[in-house]
Design a protein around this ligand. Structure first.
Ligand code: FAD
Length: 421
């Protein structure tokens, strides 16, 4: 059990850090909890940044993980604008950028990830933007005016969500993707194709197989600008634009861990409780790489459910309470009127089964390996998503014909599969 003279410092007041602080108190931790984040905002959710917050449907106050005043009520010391500079693991101390030093009994690193910079000439021009924080969206909103041409570099979830908001606000988005399909890193070809068609049908220009060579300002006989005005592709083509949004992935914020001697790979290496190679230090969320219970592989997952799950496990380990049941990894994305919910992880599947929707539009895709359901992508189909998540957790073998048949209710497909029939 935790003792009241212990101190937990959580570095990074984001989705994972905030959840860990709340779970520590809920789990009965009686000592000091210091939740220190470099941003000026209380812990907030990032998913709405590329969705309802960008479109202006919700304001900042709807982003907070919990009402800001409730942190103090839970006796969590929220230190905002406080960047950790160094960890002294031998003396169990954190040294902050403002020179303060604080001792800990347990340290939780929840520093998340940062955007991958675009490595081409002109990437530092004005009007070239990224999307990770509230501040980024506030800067981006000015570009989303009717008639403005927004070039989106990267056809992953963030790029596609931004394209759908841009269109809604009357701007003219073009998605530029280096690979031969959208969502190439995270989805199977059928899902990529579904989204390409969905975007093109609504008026988004999608450029596949397109590598960016350089970003260019306006240049002319009498004026040379510093704001991006065009994109040069490696095939020599030039695309005119008024602004650029770069969404080409993220990098884990693991430098504090590496510098203090913790084991790292693609993220900070942790065990199933979130503990690093130093027993007093945990790492959770986007910055952590963990052996995934379902796949048996070391993975760094970038999703809210993963951040929450790992935060709860670390809190339980610190409190000395039983760990929660691990969740099947899942993710969602909202584009236009399409809600995608993904359960499990693709990669090892050998078969994909498509289940048609009411209007014959493919609605869900199930991915199997040796007959075992390992992942599912469900579009506007929450019943299939919930059933798939349960079957994935149990490593069930659903009947492929029943999965493909929209006339067989998913709850019946699941019942039969869980009964082993
Ligand atoms: P974060 O929430 O990023 O928090 C980390 C915090 O640590 C940050 O505030 C950072 O500033 C701070 N920090 C970093 N270094 C230091 C330091 N040295 N000292 C102090 N503080 C530091 N996931 C989904 O599941 N579904 C979605 O639809 C979805 N949409 C997304 C849309 C956008 C635009 C973005 C950016 C992400 C989205 N994600 C989505 C991913 C999800 O938000 C992240 O996986 C989640 O926020 C990870 O939580 P985290 O606590 O690890 O990191």
């Amino acid at each position: 059990m935790s003792k009241s003279n212990e101190t937990v410092i959580i570095l990074g007041a984001g989705q994972a850090g905030g959840q860990c602080a709340a779970s520590l108190r809920r789990g009965g931790f009686e000592g000091r909890i210091i939740l220190a984040g470099e941003e000026p905002h209380p812990p907030y959710q990032r998913p709405p940044l590329s969705k309802a917050y960008l479109s202006g449907e919700i304001d900042e106050s709807r982003l907070w993980l919990q009402p800001p005043e409730t942190w103090a009520k839970q006796d969590v010391e929220l230190k905002l604008g406080r960047r950790a500079k160094r960890i002294d693991a031998d003396r169990k101390r954190v040294i902050f950028a403002d020179g303060r030093e604080t001792a800990y009994s347990h340290l939780v690193i929840a520093t998340g990830s940062r955007v991958r910079p675009l490595p081409v000439p002109g990437a530092d021009l004005e009007g070239v933007r990224y999307l990770r924080s509230i501040a980024d969206v506030d800067a981006l909103k000015a570009d989303f005016q009717p008639g403005k041409r927004i070039a989106i570099i990267g056809g992953g979830y963030i790029g596609l969500e931004v394209a759908s908001v841009a269109l809604k606000l009357g701007a003219i988005p073009t998605v530029i993707e280096a690979m031969d399909r959208l969502l190439a890193r995270v989805a199977v070809p059928d899902v990529s194709e579904f989204y390409r068609q969905a975007h093109e049908a609504r008026g988004v220009a999608v450029r596949l197989d397109s590598q960016v060579a350089a970003l260019k300002p306006k240049s002319g006989l009498f004026s040379r600008g510093t704001t991006v005005r065009s994109i040069e592709l490696t095939n020599g083509e030039t695309l005119a634009c008024d602004s650029v949004l770069v969404g080409i992935g993220v990098l884990p914020n693991q430098e504090l861990a590496t510098a203090c001697g913790l084991e790292t790979g693609n993220g900070i290496t942790v065990d199933e409780t979130g503990r690093t190679s130093d027993p007093a230090i945990f790492a959770i969320g986007d910055c952590a790489e963990q052996l995934n219970w379902l796949t048996g592989k070391r993975l760094r997952l970038e999703s809210v459910p993963n951040a929450l799950d790992q935060a709860k496990h670390a809190a339980a380990a610190i409190c000395g309470t039983p760990p929660p049941k691990p969740d099947v990894p899942w993710f969602w994305s909202d584009q236009y009127d399409l809600k995608l919910q993904t359960a499990g992880l693709i990669g090892d599947h050998d078969t994909t089964i498509t289940r048609a929707g009411d209007d014959e539009t493919p609605r869900s895709f199930f991915h199997l390996a040796d007959g075992v359901l390992i992942a599912a992508d469900c579009i506007n189909d929450p019943q299939s998503f919930m059933a798939a998540k349960m079957m994935i957790a149990k490593r069930a073998k659903p009947d492929p014909a029943a999965l493909a048949d929209p006339d067989v209710a998913m709850k019946d497909v699941m019942k039969a599969a869980l009964a082993g029939g």
